[in-house]
Ligand binder design. Structure first.
Ligand code: GLC
Ligand code: CA
Length: 564
Protein backbone atom coordinates (compact mmCIF):
# COMPACT_ATOMS: atom_id res chain seq x y z
CA UNK A 1 0.00 0.00 0.00
CA UNK A 2 1.14 3.54 -0.71
CA UNK A 3 1.36 5.51 2.53
CA UNK A 4 3.13 8.63 1.21
CA UNK A 5 5.25 8.55 4.39
CA UNK A 6 7.69 10.91 2.73
CA UNK A 7 5.31 13.83 3.09
CA UNK A 8 5.86 13.82 6.84
CA UNK A 9 9.55 13.03 6.70
CA UNK A 10 12.57 15.17 7.45
CA UNK A 11 15.44 14.12 5.20
CA UNK A 12 19.15 14.04 5.98
CA UNK A 13 21.76 13.70 3.25
CA UNK A 14 25.01 11.89 3.98
CA UNK A 15 28.17 12.17 1.92
CA UNK A 16 29.61 8.81 2.99
CA UNK A 17 33.22 9.52 2.05
CA UNK A 18 33.38 12.33 4.61
CA UNK A 19 30.91 11.28 7.30
CA UNK A 20 32.70 8.83 9.60
CA UNK A 21 35.69 6.54 9.06
CA UNK A 22 35.86 3.39 11.16
CA UNK A 23 38.94 1.59 9.79
CA UNK A 24 41.46 4.43 9.78
CA UNK A 25 41.96 4.51 6.00
CA UNK A 26 40.86 8.16 6.04
CA UNK A 27 37.67 7.53 4.08
CA UNK A 28 34.21 7.46 5.58
CA UNK A 29 32.42 4.13 5.33
CA UNK A 30 29.08 2.40 5.80
CA UNK A 31 30.11 1.14 9.24
CA UNK A 32 30.67 4.78 10.13
CA UNK A 33 27.06 5.53 9.24
CA UNK A 34 25.94 2.53 11.29
CA UNK A 35 27.97 3.87 14.21
CA UNK A 36 26.27 7.26 13.91
CA UNK A 37 22.69 6.00 13.62
CA UNK A 38 22.05 7.03 17.23
CA UNK A 39 23.20 10.54 16.39
CA UNK A 40 20.91 10.61 13.35
CA UNK A 41 17.98 9.31 15.38
CA UNK A 42 18.63 11.82 18.13
CA UNK A 43 18.65 14.63 15.58
CA UNK A 44 15.09 13.59 14.81
CA UNK A 45 15.35 13.03 11.06
CA UNK A 46 13.77 9.88 9.68
CA UNK A 47 14.89 9.54 6.08
CA UNK A 48 18.55 9.35 5.11
CA UNK A 49 19.76 9.84 1.54
CA UNK A 50 23.25 8.45 1.09
CA UNK A 51 25.38 9.55 -1.86
CA UNK A 52 26.63 6.69 -4.07
CA UNK A 53 28.56 3.86 -2.44
CA UNK A 54 28.55 1.47 -5.42
CA UNK A 55 31.75 0.02 -6.78
CA UNK A 56 33.52 2.84 -8.59
CA UNK A 57 36.94 4.05 -9.75
CA UNK A 58 36.00 7.28 -7.88
CA UNK A 59 36.71 9.72 -10.68
CA UNK A 60 33.64 11.66 -9.51
CA UNK A 61 33.59 10.26 -5.97
CA UNK A 62 31.22 7.41 -6.72
CA UNK A 63 28.91 8.92 -9.33
CA UNK A 64 31.01 6.99 -11.86
CA UNK A 65 29.68 3.50 -11.18
CA UNK A 66 31.48 0.36 -12.39
CA UNK A 67 29.17 -2.15 -10.66
CA UNK A 68 25.65 -1.21 -9.58
CA UNK A 69 25.23 -4.45 -7.63
CA UNK A 70 28.10 -4.09 -5.21
CA UNK A 71 29.50 -1.76 -2.56
CA UNK A 72 32.88 -0.24 -3.21
CA UNK A 73 35.49 -1.78 -0.90
CA UNK A 74 36.41 1.75 0.21
CA UNK A 75 32.95 2.03 1.78
CA UNK A 76 32.55 -1.55 2.97
CA UNK A 77 30.64 -4.60 1.77
CA UNK A 78 27.17 -5.48 0.63
CA UNK A 79 26.66 -7.05 4.06
CA UNK A 80 27.45 -3.69 5.65
CA UNK A 81 24.79 -2.13 3.43
CA UNK A 82 22.24 -4.75 4.49
CA UNK A 83 23.13 -4.25 8.15
CA UNK A 84 22.84 -0.49 7.76
CA UNK A 85 19.39 -0.81 6.22
CA UNK A 86 18.21 -3.24 8.92
CA UNK A 87 19.58 -1.20 11.84
CA UNK A 88 18.21 2.04 10.42
CA UNK A 89 14.79 0.46 10.04
CA UNK A 90 14.88 -0.69 13.67
CA UNK A 91 15.26 2.95 14.61
CA UNK A 92 12.48 4.14 12.34
CA UNK A 93 14.91 5.64 9.83
CA UNK A 94 14.46 5.03 6.13
CA UNK A 95 17.34 4.73 3.69
CA UNK A 96 17.30 6.35 0.27
CA UNK A 97 19.84 5.34 -2.34
CA UNK A 98 21.44 7.66 -4.88
CA UNK A 99 20.45 6.12 -8.19
CA UNK A 100 22.74 6.97 -11.08
CA UNK A 101 20.84 6.31 -14.30
CA UNK A 102 22.39 8.74 -16.74
CA UNK A 103 25.89 7.31 -17.07
CA UNK A 104 28.34 4.71 -15.86
CA UNK A 105 32.07 4.67 -15.32
CA UNK A 106 34.17 4.04 -18.43
CA UNK A 107 35.41 1.05 -16.41
CA UNK A 108 31.95 -0.49 -16.24
CA UNK A 109 31.97 -3.81 -18.16
CA UNK A 110 29.12 -2.51 -20.36
CA UNK A 111 31.24 0.36 -21.58
CA UNK A 112 34.31 -1.79 -22.02
CA UNK A 113 32.23 -4.03 -24.27
CA UNK A 114 30.62 -1.07 -25.99
CA UNK A 115 33.92 0.52 -26.92
CA UNK A 116 35.52 -2.78 -28.01
CA UNK A 117 34.09 -2.70 -31.55
CA UNK A 118 31.54 -0.99 -33.76
CA UNK A 119 29.33 -4.06 -33.91
CA UNK A 120 29.45 -5.12 -30.28
CA UNK A 121 25.89 -5.79 -29.01
CA UNK A 122 26.44 -3.16 -26.27
CA UNK A 123 27.65 -0.53 -28.76
CA UNK A 124 24.21 1.08 -28.72
CA UNK A 125 24.03 1.21 -24.89
CA UNK A 126 26.14 4.37 -25.06
CA UNK A 127 26.07 7.34 -27.41
CA UNK A 128 28.60 7.12 -30.21
CA UNK A 129 29.05 9.52 -33.12
CA UNK A 130 31.50 9.85 -35.96
CA UNK A 131 34.09 12.66 -35.89
CA UNK A 132 33.73 15.76 -38.04
CA UNK A 133 36.54 17.59 -39.77
CA UNK A 134 37.22 21.31 -39.71
CA UNK A 135 38.26 23.30 -42.82
CA UNK A 136 41.84 22.16 -42.39
CA UNK A 137 40.81 18.55 -42.24
CA UNK A 138 41.50 18.30 -38.51
CA UNK A 139 39.33 15.91 -36.51
CA UNK A 140 36.74 17.71 -34.36
CA UNK A 141 33.89 16.48 -32.10
CA UNK A 142 30.46 15.70 -33.59
CA UNK A 143 28.92 18.87 -32.09
CA UNK A 144 30.08 22.04 -30.32
CA UNK A 145 28.24 21.20 -27.08
CA UNK A 146 29.92 21.83 -23.73
CA UNK A 147 30.18 19.40 -20.84
CA UNK A 148 29.07 20.34 -17.30
CA UNK A 149 32.62 19.61 -16.18
CA UNK A 150 34.41 21.97 -18.63
CA UNK A 151 35.42 21.42 -22.26
CA UNK A 152 33.56 19.42 -24.88
CA UNK A 153 30.93 16.85 -23.99
CA UNK A 154 32.53 14.41 -26.45
CA UNK A 155 35.57 12.27 -25.91
CA UNK A 156 37.45 10.58 -28.74
CA UNK A 157 37.99 6.83 -28.57
CA UNK A 158 41.05 5.64 -30.50
CA UNK A 159 39.97 2.00 -30.73
CA UNK A 160 36.85 2.53 -32.76
CA UNK A 161 37.59 5.96 -34.20
CA UNK A 162 34.39 7.52 -32.84
CA UNK A 163 33.46 9.91 -30.09
CA UNK A 164 31.32 8.98 -27.09
CA UNK A 165 29.08 11.49 -25.35
CA UNK A 166 29.90 12.37 -21.74
CA UNK A 167 28.16 15.38 -20.30
CA UNK A 168 30.12 15.09 -17.03
CA UNK A 169 33.73 13.81 -16.82
CA UNK A 170 35.65 11.90 -19.53
CA UNK A 171 35.34 8.81 -17.37
CA UNK A 172 31.53 9.02 -17.25
CA UNK A 173 30.07 8.00 -20.62
CA UNK A 174 26.35 8.72 -20.97
CA UNK A 175 24.05 5.75 -21.33
CA UNK A 176 21.75 5.60 -24.32
CA UNK A 177 18.24 5.58 -22.83
CA UNK A 178 16.73 5.24 -26.27
CA UNK A 179 17.86 1.62 -26.17
CA UNK A 180 15.08 -0.58 -24.66
CA UNK A 181 17.46 -3.32 -23.46
CA UNK A 182 19.48 -0.80 -21.50
CA UNK A 183 16.32 0.61 -19.93
CA UNK A 184 15.17 -2.85 -18.88
CA UNK A 185 18.53 -3.50 -17.26
CA UNK A 186 18.33 -0.26 -15.29
CA UNK A 187 14.80 -1.06 -14.07
CA UNK A 188 15.91 -4.53 -12.93
CA UNK A 189 18.82 -2.99 -11.04
CA UNK A 190 16.52 -0.48 -9.34
CA UNK A 191 14.11 -3.22 -8.27
CA UNK A 192 17.01 -5.28 -6.92
CA UNK A 193 17.87 -2.51 -4.46
CA UNK A 194 14.25 -1.97 -3.44
CA UNK A 195 13.92 -5.71 -2.87
CA UNK A 196 17.03 -5.53 -0.72
CA UNK A 197 15.16 -3.10 1.51
CA UNK A 198 16.03 0.46 0.51
CA UNK A 199 13.12 2.87 0.80
CA UNK A 200 13.56 4.80 -2.38
CA UNK A 201 15.84 6.83 -4.55
CA UNK A 202 17.28 10.22 -5.14
CA UNK A 203 17.66 9.96 -8.89
CA UNK A 204 20.86 11.55 -10.06
CA UNK A 205 21.03 13.88 -13.06
CA UNK A 206 17.68 12.60 -14.27
CA UNK A 207 16.93 15.66 -16.39
CA UNK A 208 19.56 14.49 -18.86
CA UNK A 209 18.41 10.99 -19.76
CA UNK A 210 17.45 11.98 -23.26
CA UNK A 211 19.47 14.00 -25.73
CA UNK A 212 18.85 15.93 -28.92
CA UNK A 213 19.70 13.12 -31.33
CA UNK A 214 19.90 15.36 -34.37
CA UNK A 215 23.43 16.04 -33.06
CA UNK A 216 23.71 19.46 -34.64
CA UNK A 217 25.71 22.44 -33.38
CA UNK A 218 24.21 24.82 -30.88
CA UNK A 219 23.66 28.41 -32.02
CA UNK A 220 24.64 29.63 -28.58
CA UNK A 221 27.71 31.84 -28.15
CA UNK A 222 30.83 29.74 -27.58
CA UNK A 223 32.55 30.08 -24.21
CA UNK A 224 36.26 30.52 -23.52
CA UNK A 225 36.83 26.83 -24.29
CA UNK A 226 35.24 27.21 -27.72
CA UNK A 227 32.18 25.14 -26.76
CA UNK A 228 28.51 26.06 -26.27
CA UNK A 229 27.09 25.61 -22.74
CA UNK A 230 23.71 24.79 -24.26
CA UNK A 231 22.15 22.48 -21.67
CA UNK A 232 18.91 22.34 -23.64
CA UNK A 233 20.61 19.81 -25.94
CA UNK A 234 20.46 17.23 -23.18
CA UNK A 235 18.04 18.50 -20.54
CA UNK A 236 14.30 18.13 -19.92
CA UNK A 237 13.66 16.72 -23.39
CA UNK A 238 10.29 15.18 -24.33
CA UNK A 239 11.32 11.48 -24.65
CA UNK A 240 12.64 11.59 -21.12
CA UNK A 241 9.12 11.77 -19.73
CA UNK A 242 8.20 8.60 -21.57
CA UNK A 243 11.13 6.86 -19.90
CA UNK A 244 10.00 8.13 -16.54
CA UNK A 245 6.49 6.77 -17.03
CA UNK A 246 8.01 3.44 -17.92
CA UNK A 247 10.26 3.60 -14.84
CA UNK A 248 7.20 4.40 -12.75
CA UNK A 249 5.23 1.47 -14.15
CA UNK A 250 8.08 -1.02 -14.08
CA UNK A 251 9.58 -0.04 -10.75
CA UNK A 252 8.18 2.73 -8.55
CA UNK A 253 4.51 1.79 -8.72
CA UNK A 254 5.18 -1.54 -7.00
CA UNK A 255 6.80 -0.18 -3.83
CA UNK A 256 5.91 2.19 -0.99
CA UNK A 257 9.03 4.16 -1.77
CA UNK A 258 10.19 7.73 -2.18
CA UNK A 259 11.45 8.95 -5.53
CA UNK A 260 13.05 12.34 -5.70
CA UNK A 261 14.63 13.46 -8.94
CA UNK A 262 17.48 15.87 -9.36
CA UNK A 263 16.51 18.16 -12.21
CA UNK A 264 19.13 20.60 -13.31
CA UNK A 265 19.43 22.06 -16.76
CA UNK A 266 17.00 24.86 -16.02
CA UNK A 267 13.80 22.89 -15.39
CA UNK A 268 11.01 25.32 -14.51
CA UNK A 269 7.90 24.89 -12.40
CA UNK A 270 5.88 23.69 -15.37
CA UNK A 271 8.46 21.02 -16.17
CA UNK A 272 8.45 20.02 -12.49
CA UNK A 273 4.77 19.11 -12.72
CA UNK A 274 5.70 16.69 -15.49
CA UNK A 275 8.45 15.17 -13.36
CA UNK A 276 6.54 15.12 -10.11
CA UNK A 277 2.94 16.28 -10.51
CA UNK A 278 0.42 14.34 -8.42
CA UNK A 279 -0.93 12.78 -11.60
CA UNK A 280 2.29 12.65 -13.58
CA UNK A 281 2.99 8.95 -12.97
CA UNK A 282 6.64 9.76 -12.52
CA UNK A 283 8.39 10.91 -9.32
CA UNK A 284 7.12 12.05 -5.92
CA UNK A 285 9.15 15.25 -6.00
CA UNK A 286 12.10 16.97 -7.67
CA UNK A 287 14.95 19.10 -6.42
CA UNK A 288 15.41 22.33 -8.35
CA UNK A 289 18.42 24.66 -8.07
CA UNK A 290 16.75 28.03 -8.47
CA UNK A 291 17.16 29.30 -4.90
CA UNK A 292 20.91 28.60 -4.86
CA UNK A 293 23.62 31.18 -5.56
CA UNK A 294 21.62 34.23 -4.45
CA UNK A 295 24.68 35.81 -2.83
CA UNK A 296 26.44 36.65 -6.10
CA UNK A 297 29.30 34.21 -5.45
CA UNK A 298 30.10 33.81 -9.13
CA UNK A 299 32.44 36.41 -10.58
CA UNK A 300 33.00 37.90 -7.12
CA UNK A 301 36.76 37.31 -6.92
CA UNK A 302 37.52 40.98 -6.47
CA UNK A 303 35.10 41.43 -3.56
CA UNK A 304 35.75 40.68 0.09
CA UNK A 305 33.49 38.22 1.92
CA UNK A 306 31.77 41.13 3.66
CA UNK A 307 30.88 42.67 0.32
CA UNK A 308 28.85 39.68 -0.79
CA UNK A 309 25.21 40.15 0.14
CA UNK A 310 22.28 37.83 -0.11
CA UNK A 311 19.59 39.04 -2.44
CA UNK A 312 16.74 38.30 -0.06
CA UNK A 313 14.07 39.61 -2.43
CA UNK A 314 15.21 37.28 -5.17
CA UNK A 315 15.58 34.36 -2.76
CA UNK A 316 12.07 34.60 -1.38
CA UNK A 317 10.46 35.40 -4.72
CA UNK A 318 12.09 32.28 -6.15
CA UNK A 319 10.94 30.05 -3.32
CA UNK A 320 7.47 31.55 -3.46
CA UNK A 321 7.26 30.96 -7.22
CA UNK A 322 7.97 27.26 -6.72
CA UNK A 323 5.70 26.86 -3.72
CA UNK A 324 2.73 28.65 -5.33
CA UNK A 325 3.41 27.10 -8.73
CA UNK A 326 3.30 23.57 -7.33
CA UNK A 327 0.41 24.19 -4.94
CA UNK A 328 -2.25 21.54 -5.47
CA UNK A 329 -0.19 20.14 -8.37
CA UNK A 330 2.78 18.41 -6.80
CA UNK A 331 4.89 17.99 -3.70
CA UNK A 332 8.24 19.73 -3.31
CA UNK A 333 11.40 19.16 -1.30
CA UNK A 334 13.45 22.00 0.19
CA UNK A 335 17.15 22.15 0.90
CA UNK A 336 19.84 24.76 1.44
CA UNK A 337 22.71 22.79 0.00
CA UNK A 338 23.86 19.38 -1.10
CA UNK A 339 27.23 17.82 -1.98
CA UNK A 340 27.43 19.94 -5.15
CA UNK A 341 27.20 23.31 -3.42
CA UNK A 342 29.15 25.52 -1.07
CA UNK A 343 28.11 25.53 2.59
CA UNK A 344 24.95 27.56 3.20
CA UNK A 345 26.56 29.00 6.36
CA UNK A 346 29.17 30.66 4.12
CA UNK A 347 26.64 31.67 1.48
CA UNK A 348 23.58 32.94 3.31
CA UNK A 349 24.84 32.93 6.89
CA UNK A 350 27.63 34.79 8.64
CA UNK A 351 30.34 32.42 9.86
CA UNK A 352 32.69 35.03 11.25
CA UNK A 353 30.46 37.29 13.31
CA UNK A 354 27.13 35.56 13.81
CA UNK A 355 27.82 31.89 13.34
CA UNK A 356 25.34 30.62 15.91
CA UNK A 357 22.54 33.09 15.20
CA UNK A 358 22.72 32.79 11.42
CA UNK A 359 22.91 28.98 11.50
CA UNK A 360 19.82 28.82 13.70
CA UNK A 361 18.04 31.31 11.44
CA UNK A 362 18.71 29.24 8.30
CA UNK A 363 17.47 26.11 10.07
CA UNK A 364 14.32 27.94 11.10
CA UNK A 365 13.42 28.87 7.53
CA UNK A 366 14.22 25.44 6.10
CA UNK A 367 12.26 23.52 8.70
CA UNK A 368 9.12 25.64 8.54
CA UNK A 369 8.62 25.61 4.76
CA UNK A 370 5.92 23.42 3.19
CA UNK A 371 6.93 20.11 1.60
CA UNK A 372 9.79 17.86 2.68
CA UNK A 373 12.97 19.45 4.05
CA UNK A 374 16.40 17.87 3.50
CA UNK A 375 19.32 18.73 5.77
CA UNK A 376 22.85 18.18 4.45
CA UNK A 377 25.30 16.57 6.89
CA UNK A 378 27.18 19.24 8.83
CA UNK A 379 24.59 21.92 8.12
CA UNK A 380 23.09 21.18 11.54
CA UNK A 381 26.28 22.45 13.20
CA UNK A 382 26.84 25.31 10.75
CA UNK A 383 29.85 23.86 8.94
CA UNK A 384 31.56 26.40 6.68
CA UNK A 385 33.35 26.56 3.36
CA UNK A 386 37.00 25.50 3.18
CA UNK A 387 39.89 27.73 4.23
CA UNK A 388 42.33 26.10 1.78
CA UNK A 389 45.17 28.22 0.41
CA UNK A 390 46.74 25.49 -1.71
CA UNK A 391 45.06 24.32 -4.90
CA UNK A 392 46.23 20.77 -4.12
CA UNK A 393 43.95 20.64 -1.10
CA UNK A 394 41.00 20.63 -3.51
CA UNK A 395 39.99 17.26 -4.80
CA UNK A 396 36.92 17.49 -7.07
CA UNK A 397 37.34 16.39 -10.68
CA UNK A 398 35.53 19.55 -11.77
CA UNK A 399 38.03 21.73 -9.86
CA UNK A 400 40.92 20.04 -11.61
CA UNK A 401 39.42 20.57 -15.06
CA UNK A 402 38.55 24.15 -14.17
CA UNK A 403 41.99 25.06 -12.83
CA UNK A 404 43.82 23.93 -15.94
CA UNK A 405 41.74 26.30 -18.06
CA UNK A 406 41.24 29.18 -15.63
CA UNK A 407 44.95 29.65 -14.97
CA UNK A 408 45.26 31.00 -18.51
CA UNK A 409 43.07 33.98 -17.66
CA UNK A 410 43.18 34.47 -13.86
CA UNK A 411 45.77 34.70 -11.10
CA UNK A 412 46.13 31.76 -8.69
CA UNK A 413 44.76 34.00 -5.88
CA UNK A 414 41.64 34.82 -7.88
CA UNK A 415 41.10 31.17 -8.68
CA UNK A 416 41.48 30.18 -5.03
CA UNK A 417 39.01 32.85 -3.92
CA UNK A 418 36.59 31.62 -6.56
CA UNK A 419 36.97 28.00 -5.45
CA UNK A 420 36.63 28.79 -1.75
CA UNK A 421 33.27 30.36 -2.62
CA UNK A 422 31.91 28.03 -5.24
CA UNK A 423 33.66 24.67 -5.28
CA UNK A 424 31.88 21.42 -4.51
CA UNK A 425 34.73 20.54 -2.16
CA UNK A 426 33.27 23.02 0.33
CA UNK A 427 30.54 20.56 1.21
CA UNK A 428 32.78 17.50 1.07
CA UNK A 429 35.19 18.05 3.95
CA UNK A 430 35.20 15.67 6.93
CA UNK A 431 32.23 15.92 9.27
CA UNK A 432 33.30 17.81 12.37
CA UNK A 433 32.49 15.47 15.26
CA UNK A 434 34.79 16.84 17.96
CA UNK A 435 37.97 18.84 18.52
CA UNK A 436 40.37 15.89 18.39
CA UNK A 437 42.76 15.44 15.44
CA UNK A 438 40.97 15.35 12.06
CA UNK A 439 37.76 16.52 13.75
CA UNK A 440 37.08 13.05 15.13
CA UNK A 441 36.31 11.88 11.60
CA UNK A 442 39.21 9.44 11.33
CA UNK A 443 42.20 8.26 13.31
CA UNK A 444 44.09 7.93 10.02
CA UNK A 445 44.95 10.54 7.44
CA UNK A 446 41.72 12.10 6.13
CA UNK A 447 41.17 11.87 2.37
CA UNK A 448 40.50 15.58 2.43
CA UNK A 449 41.73 18.25 4.81
CA UNK A 450 39.16 19.22 7.47
CA UNK A 451 38.23 22.89 7.71
CA UNK A 452 40.48 24.58 10.27
CA UNK A 453 37.59 25.74 12.46
CA UNK A 454 36.67 22.22 13.65
CA UNK A 455 38.06 22.96 17.12
CA UNK A 456 35.27 25.50 17.65
CA UNK A 457 32.59 24.12 15.33
CA UNK A 458 31.83 20.48 16.12
CA UNK A 459 29.07 18.13 17.20
CA UNK A 460 30.47 17.46 20.68
CA UNK A 461 30.67 21.13 21.61
CA UNK A 462 27.20 21.87 20.23
CA UNK A 463 25.59 18.88 21.93
CA UNK A 464 26.58 20.40 25.25
CA UNK A 465 25.34 23.91 24.45
CA UNK A 466 21.54 24.27 24.69
CA UNK A 467 21.58 27.37 22.47
CA UNK A 468 23.65 25.77 19.68
CA UNK A 469 22.69 25.38 16.04
CA UNK A 470 22.51 21.62 16.57
CA UNK A 471 19.99 21.98 19.38
CA UNK A 472 18.02 24.49 17.32
CA UNK A 473 17.73 21.95 14.48
CA UNK A 474 16.60 19.28 16.95
CA UNK A 475 14.01 21.59 18.46
CA UNK A 476 12.69 22.69 15.05
CA UNK A 477 12.52 19.12 13.74
CA UNK A 478 10.52 18.12 16.82
CA UNK A 479 8.24 21.07 16.28
CA UNK A 480 7.66 20.05 12.68
CA UNK A 481 7.17 16.35 13.29
CA UNK A 482 5.35 16.21 16.60
CA UNK A 483 2.77 18.23 18.41
CA UNK A 484 0.01 20.51 17.23
CA UNK A 485 2.04 22.41 14.60
CA UNK A 486 2.87 19.26 12.63
CA UNK A 487 0.03 19.49 10.18
CA UNK A 488 0.26 23.22 9.55
CA UNK A 489 4.03 23.07 8.99
CA UNK A 490 3.86 20.15 6.60
CA UNK A 491 0.63 20.85 4.75
CA UNK A 492 -0.45 24.40 5.54
CA UNK A 493 -0.73 27.20 3.00
CA UNK A 494 2.28 29.41 2.53
CA UNK A 495 2.07 33.17 2.17
CA UNK A 496 4.85 35.72 2.02
CA UNK A 497 4.34 38.62 4.44
CA UNK A 498 6.05 41.94 3.65
CA UNK A 499 7.20 40.50 0.31
CA UNK A 500 8.99 43.72 -0.62
CA UNK A 501 11.13 43.82 2.52
CA UNK A 502 14.68 43.36 1.24
CA UNK A 503 16.22 42.17 4.51
CA UNK A 504 13.63 39.95 6.12
CA UNK A 505 12.10 36.66 5.04
CA UNK A 506 8.68 36.62 6.69
CA UNK A 507 5.93 34.13 5.92
CA UNK A 508 2.77 32.71 7.30
CA UNK A 509 1.73 29.06 7.34
CA UNK A 510 -1.96 28.42 7.78
CA UNK A 511 -4.14 25.37 8.12
CA UNK A 512 -7.68 25.32 9.52
CA UNK A 513 -7.54 27.46 12.65
CA UNK A 514 -3.78 27.27 13.22
CA UNK A 515 -1.57 30.05 11.87
CA UNK A 516 2.20 30.16 12.24
CA UNK A 517 4.27 33.24 11.50
CA UNK A 518 7.97 32.84 10.72
CA UNK A 519 10.22 35.89 10.83
CA UNK A 520 13.86 35.66 9.73
CA UNK A 521 16.41 38.46 9.61
CA UNK A 522 19.05 37.78 6.93
CA UNK A 523 21.22 40.73 7.96
CA UNK A 524 24.07 41.32 10.40
CA UNK A 525 22.36 44.38 11.82
CA UNK A 526 19.22 45.19 13.77
CA UNK A 527 16.01 45.77 11.84
CA UNK A 528 12.80 47.38 13.03
CA UNK A 529 9.70 45.48 12.07
CA UNK A 530 6.01 45.70 12.83
CA UNK A 531 4.43 42.27 13.23
CA UNK A 532 1.00 41.88 11.61
CA UNK A 533 -0.36 40.85 15.03
CA UNK A 534 0.73 40.06 18.54
CA UNK A 535 1.32 36.30 18.65
CA UNK A 536 -0.21 34.09 21.31
CA UNK A 537 2.84 31.81 21.52
CA UNK A 538 6.55 31.87 20.75
CA UNK A 539 7.64 28.43 19.58
CA UNK A 540 11.18 29.37 18.73
CA UNK A 541 13.44 32.39 19.08
CA UNK A 542 17.15 31.95 18.41
CA UNK A 543 17.90 34.67 20.97
CA UNK A 544 15.69 33.00 23.55
CA UNK A 545 13.95 36.21 24.58
CA UNK A 546 10.95 35.82 26.80
CA UNK A 547 8.63 38.39 25.27
CA UNK A 548 7.64 39.75 21.90
CA UNK A 549 5.97 43.06 21.26
CA UNK A 550 4.14 44.01 18.11
CA UNK A 551 6.77 46.55 17.14
CA UNK A 552 10.07 44.74 17.41
CA UNK A 553 13.71 45.34 16.76
CA UNK A 554 15.02 42.15 15.24
CA UNK A 555 18.57 41.36 16.30
CA UNK A 556 21.18 40.26 13.71
CA UNK A 557 19.99 37.02 12.09
CA UNK A 558 17.15 36.73 14.57
CA UNK A 559 14.56 34.09 13.74
CA UNK A 560 11.14 33.59 15.29
CA UNK A 561 8.45 30.97 14.98
CA UNK A 562 5.26 32.47 16.33
CA UNK A 563 1.68 31.28 16.57
CA UNK A 564 -1.16 33.65 15.89
C1 GLC B 1 24.69 15.06 -10.05
C2 GLC B 1 25.42 14.84 -8.74
C3 GLC B 1 26.85 15.27 -8.90
C4 GLC B 1 27.49 14.44 -9.98
C5 GLC B 1 26.68 14.48 -11.26
C6 GLC B 1 27.08 13.38 -12.16
O1 GLC B 1 24.61 16.38 -10.39
O2 GLC B 1 24.76 15.49 -7.71
O3 GLC B 1 27.57 15.18 -7.71
O4 GLC B 1 28.79 14.91 -10.23
O5 GLC B 1 25.30 14.32 -11.05
O6 GLC B 1 26.69 12.14 -11.65
CA1 CA C 1 37.13 3.83 6.01
Amino acid sequence: MKTQWWKNAVGYQIYPRSFKDTNADGIGDLRGIIEKLDYIQDLGVDCVWICPFYRSPMDDNGYDVSDFYDVDPLFGTLDDAKELIAKAHQKGIRIILDLVLNHTSDEHPWFMESRSSLDNPKRDWYIWQKPRQDEKGKRIPPTNWASFFEGSCWNYDETSGEYYLKIFSDKMPDLNWANPDLRKEMYAMSRWWLDLGVDGFRVDAVAHLSKDTSFTDSEMKLNHDGVAPDWSKFSNRPELFEYLHEFHDEVLKHYDCLSVGEVGGGANVKAATRYAGYHAKAFNMVFNFDHCWKNGAFGSEDKTDDELTVNVLDLKETMDRWIQGMKGKGWIPHYWLNHDHPRVMSQYGNPRKFHRASGCMLGTVLLTLPGTPFIYNGEEIGMTNVDYTDINDFNDVWVKNYYEKAIKRQSPEQILTHLRRTSRDNARTPMQWDDSASAGFTTGKPHQKPVGNYKEINVKQQSEDPSSILNAYKHLIRLRKHGHLHSVLVNGDFKLISPKNKDLFVFERKKDDVTVLVVANFRAHEIRYKLPYLPKAIHYDNYGLAEITKEIVLLPYQALVLEK
